[in-house]
Design a protein around this ligand. Structure first.
Ligand code: GAL
Length: 726
C-alpha cells in the first residue's frame, strides 16, 4: 500500500501566511514589461494574492539548448512578491521549445496509426521518452536551484493538466515501457495470457517481446478489452511516474514547499485515476469549466464532491475556472447574471480554499484570445473586472471570518466513483456503447439534490465504510475484494444500491459467470437476491421497435409508476427468500421484450443491512422519485451536523438542508460552523429559521425583522455560528 504524502498548504504573503488564495494563471511573457506594473496595480485592486506563473514558458527560460534566461522571471517574481502576491511556480514542462523537437523528434508521441503527433501545441511529448525526461528534469533542477529559496515562491505547480494531449501514446518508447509494465504486473507471460484471454482469436503470446499496444489493426478490428484496459492503466501510471520524477527532482533541492498539479475533473472528463494521483500531491488542485443551463450548479457541485473526497476533507485549490465564456466549444456562452461570483463561492462551499482563474489578463493573440479572463480585453472599466473585485472582497470576508482551513461536513450517503469503470464503459465491445459511469454518477448526484439530500462522491478504492448508504452507478468493474468489502458493509447494517450495469466484470475485464451481476463469484448476486440472464438493450432506433419501457409499482408502492427506461434493462429472476419487488416492467412494450412483470427494482434484507437493485437506467427525475421514496426519507446520520431550523418567526420553519431549492453545505472548523446556501433554480428562495450571523449576502438579503433571508437566482448566503461541539 502506497503511503499518502502529508497534506501541506501554500502560505500566502500575509503576516500570518493565511487567507483564501485568489488569483489565476499569469502569463506576463505574452506582454511587454510595461504592462506588468499595470497588472500589479489591478491585482492589488482586485485583492489578488497568488498567481500561477511560467506554465508555458520553457522556451523563454531556455531559448536554445545552451542558453538559459531567467532574468525576466526574476523581475516579475520580485515585483509580484513585493506587492504581496505569492507565486505558485510551474515546472514549465507542459510545453517544450521547438528546438527540442527539431533536435529530438523521437520525443513526440505517436497516435494509434503510428503517426508522430506534430509539434506546435502543448503536451506534445511522450512521457516514456528518456530523452524528453532528461531535458525536463534538467529544467526542473534549474528552476529549483534558482527559486527554491525565494520567499515569494510558495508552491510548485507541476506540469499542467497532465495527459491533456498525451494521454494515449502509441510510440515505440511506449511499447517498450508497456512491455516492462506488463512484466512487472503479471510476472509470467502465462499470467498475462490468462488475464487478457488471448486464446480468444488465437492471440497467445510466448514472451513479453510479443506484447503489443493497441495500435490500429484495421477499420473493422476490435481491440482486446483487457489489453485496452491495461493500456489505460499504463498511460495513467506513466504520466504519474513522470509527474513524480519532476516533483522529486525539485524536492531534492527544495523540499519545503508544497507540490501540486492541476487535475481535470468535471463530469465531462476525468481522464486519470485521480484517486492514485491525490496520494502524490501535497494539496489537491482542480480545473473546472462550467456547463451551461439548468445543470450548471449541480454539475459543479458534483465534480467538487469528488475533488473534496480526493482531498480527504482537507481544503483544496481551484487552480482554474473561467470568469465567463471559454473559447473551445462550438458556441461559447458567457456566464449568466451572478454566476461569475456565485461559481467561485460554490467552490468554496464545496471545500475549496483557493479560487483561481484561467487567466489573469485576456490574451491579445493566440488560440485562447477569446477566452474570458479576470481582466478582459476592454480593460478595468468593465462589468467583469468589477465582479472580479467584488469576488476578491467577498473571499477576504470569508477568510476573515475563519472559513479557511474548515472542512466540508460529510453526508451520510456516498456515490462511488471508479476511474477504471469509467475507462471500461468506453470499450466498444459492451452490450451498449451508450454507457457512461461518470454521467450516471452525475445523474444520481442530481437526484439526491432534487430530493433535498446531498451525497458525497467517493473513489471506490477509498474507505467508504462509515457512510450509511452507498450507491454504485455503472461500476462495471468490481473485483472480488471490493465485492467482499461491499458485502461486509451491508452485513454490518449498511445500505447499498446497485444499478443496472454494476459488477458485471472483474478487474481483468472478464465477465463474472453464473448470472448477472456476478461480481465476487456470485456474492453480489446473492446479496441482491436476483439473477440476471440477459440484457435488454434499447436505443438502436430500429423501425417499429419500442424505444422505451415503463415501470409500475408493486403492492402498496406506486412511487415508480410510469418511470421510463430507455437504454438498458436486466432480464432477471428473483432468487432470494427475502427479496421484495418494488417495481416491475409493464405494458405492451415490456411484453414485446418478454419483460412484462419482471422485477425492475428490488430490495433484499442481507445481514443487518439491505441491498437495492435497480435493474434499468432511469433519467434524473425518475431517479429522484426513487431517492425520495426509499433513500432520502431515512433518518440522517449523526455525522451530519444539525442544521438549526428553529423558527425565529411565527411562520413554519423551512427545514434547510432538506429542500431541493437550495444547495446547502456546511463547513466546520474547531470553533465555528459555516452554512452555505445557494439557490439551484430560477426562483427566489426564502429561508427562515437560520441561526448565526450572515457573512456573505450575494444576491441575497435579510428581511427587515432580521429573521428571514431571501436568496435570488444565482445567489449565495453564508452564515456563521458557533460550533456546538465545543
Ligand atoms: C485548461 C488549460 C489552460 C487553458 C484553459 C482554457 O485546460 O490548463 O491552460 O487552456 O484550459 O479553458
Amino acid at each position: 500500500m502506497r503511503a499518502r504524502r502529508d497534506f501541506a498548504w501554500p502560505k500566502l504573503l500575509t503576516a500570518d501566511g493565511r487567507g483564501i488564495a485568489f488569483g489565476g494563471d499569469y502569463n506576463p511573457d505574452q506582454w511587454p514589461e510595461d504592462v506588468w506594473d499595470d497588472d500589479i496595480r489591478l491585482m492589488t485592486q482586485a485583492g489578488v494574492n497568488t498567481v500561477a506563473l511560467a506554465i508555458f514558458s520553457w522556451d523563454r527560460l531556455q531559448p536554445t539548448e545552451d542558453h538559459w534566461d531567467f532574468g525576466w522571471l526574476d523581475r516579475i517574481i520580485d515585483k509580484l512578491g513585493k506587492a504581496g502576491i505569492a507565486v505558485d511556480l510551474a515546472s514549465a514542462t507542459a510545453t517544450a521549445p521547438l528546438w527540442l523537437y527539431e533536435n529530438h523528434p523521437e520525443v513526440l508521441p505517436r497516435d494509434k496509426y503510428g503517426h508522430p503527433v506534430n509539434a506546435g501545441s502543448r503536451q506534445s511529448w511522450s512521457p516514456t521518452s528518456p530523452v524528453f525526461k532528461e531535458y525536463a528534469l534538467t529544467l526542473c533542477r534549474k528552476l529549483a536551484e534558482r527559486y527554491g529559496a525565494n520567499p515569494y515562491v510558495t508552491a510548485w505547480h507541476m506540469g499542467n493538466e497532465y495527459g491533456w494531449n498525451n494521454r494515449d501514446d502509441y510510440s515505440d518508447n511506449a511499447l517498450e515501457a508497456f512491455r516492462a509494465w506488463c512484466r512487472r504486473k503479471y510476472g509470467t507471460i502465462d499470467a498475462l495470457n490468462q488475464a487478457w484471454g488471448t486464446t480468444f482469436w488465437g492471440q497467445e503470446m510466448t514472451g513479453f517481446g510479443e506484447v503489443l499496444i493497441p495500435r490500429f489493426m484495421g477499420a473493422d478490428s476490435m481491440v482486446n478489452p483487457g489489453q485496452k484496459l491495461d493500456f489505460e492503466r499504463f498511460g495513467n501510471d506513466m504520466l504519474l511516474d513522470f509527474y513524480k520524477a519532476e516533483r522529486d527532482a525539485i524536492a531534492e533541492i527544495c523540499p519545503d514547499r508544497p507540490f501540486t498539479t492541476n487535475f481535470m475533473i468535471s463530469t465531462d472528463q476525468c481522464c486519470m485515476d485521480y484517486a492514485a494521483w491525490a496520494e502524490e500531491v501535497d494539496f489537491v488542485s482542480n480545473d473546472h469549466y462550467f456547463h451551461e443551463g439548468e445543470s450548471h450548479l449541480d454539475e459543479l457541485a458534483c465534480s467538487d464532491a469528488l475533488v473534496d473526497s480526493l482531498a480527504l476533507g482537507k481544503p483544496w485549490y481551484v487552480m482554474e475556472h473561467s470568469t465567463s465564456a471559454v473559447q473551445w466549444k462550438p458556441l461559447n456562452t458567457r456566464k449568466c447574471k451572478g454566476e461569475t461570483v456565485r461559481d467561485s463561492l460554490a467552490h468554496v462551499a464545496m471545500g475549496a480554499d483557493a479560487i483561481n482563474f484561467f487567466q489573469w489578463r485576456a490574451s491579445a493573440f493566440g488560440a485562447e484570445a477569446f477566452h474570458s479572463a479576470m481582466v478582459p480585453h476592454a480593460g478595468e472599466d468593465t462589468k467583469l473586472f468589477r465582479q472580479v473585485c467584488e469576488l476578491g472582497a467577498t473571499l477576504r470576508a470569508l477568510a476573515d471570518a475563519g472559513v479557511q482551513g474548515s472542512g466540508l461536513a460529510a453526508s451520510d450517503t456516498a456515490i462511488l466513483f471508479s476511474a477504471e469503470s469509467e475507462w471500461a464503459t468506453r470499450s466498444e465491445t459492451l452490450p451498449s456503447m451508450k454507457l457512461s459511469h461518470w454521467h450516471d454518477v452525475r445523474d444520481w448526484y442530481r437526484a439526491f439534490l432534487n430530493a433535498g439530500a446531498r451525497a458525497d462522491i467517493v473513489p471506490l478504492a477509498y474507505d467508504w465504510s462509515s457512510y450509511k448508504t452507498i450507491v454504485l452507478p455503472t461500476v462495471l468493474i468490481l473485483s472480488g475484494a471490493d465485492t467482499r468489502r461491499l458485502a461486509g458493509f451491508v452485513q454490518a447494517g449498511g445500505r447499498v444500491v446497485v444499478d443496472y450495469a454494476t459488477g458485471l466484470l472483474d478487474a481483468r475485464f472478464h465477465t463474472w459467470l453464473g448470472g448477472y451481476p456476478g461480481a465476487g463469484d456470485g456474492l453480489l448476486r446473492s446479496m441482491l437476491g436476483v439473477r440476471g440472464e440477459e440484457f435488454n438493450i434499447l436505443g438502436a432506433g430500429a423501425e417499429g421497435e419500442p424505444s422505451e419501457i415503463r415501470l409500475t409499482g408493486t403492492g402498496d408502492s406506486s412511487t415508480m409508476d410510469g418511470a421510463v427506461t430507455r437504454l438498458w434493462q436486466n432480464d432477471v429472476t428473483v432468487a432470494g427468500p427475502h427479496v421484495q419487488v418494488l417495481a416491475t416492467y409493464a405494458g405492451e412494450e415490456a411484453d414485446e421484450w418478454e419483460l412484462d412483470g419482471t422485477a425492475a427494482l428490488t430490495r433484499n434484507a442481507y445481514g443487518a443491512g439491505e441491498a437495492y437493485f435497480l435493474g434499468c437506467d432511469l433519467g434524473v427525475s425518475d431517479l429522484t422519485r426513487f431517492v425520495s421514496g426509499w433513500l432520502a426519507a431515512q433518518p440522517q446520520s449523526s455525522r451530519q451536523p444539525q442544521v438549526n431550523s428553529q423558527s425565529q418567526s411565527s411562520r413554519q420553519p423551512q427545514v434547510v438542508g432538506a429542500t431541493p431549492d437550495v444547495l446547502h453545505t456546511v463547513r466546520q472548523s474547531d470553533d465555528a460552523i459555516f452554512d452555505f446556501y445557494l439557490t439551484r433554480g430560477r426562483s427566489d428562495v426564502e429561508l427562515r429559521g437560520i441561526a448565526g450571523e450572515p457573512i456573505v449576502l450575494f444576491r441575497a438579503e435579510r428581511g427587515s425583522d432580521g429573521g428571514a433571508y431571501t436568496v435570488h437566482r444565482n445567489g449565495v448566503l453564508v452564515v456563521k455560528r458557533p460550533n456546538p461541539s465545543l
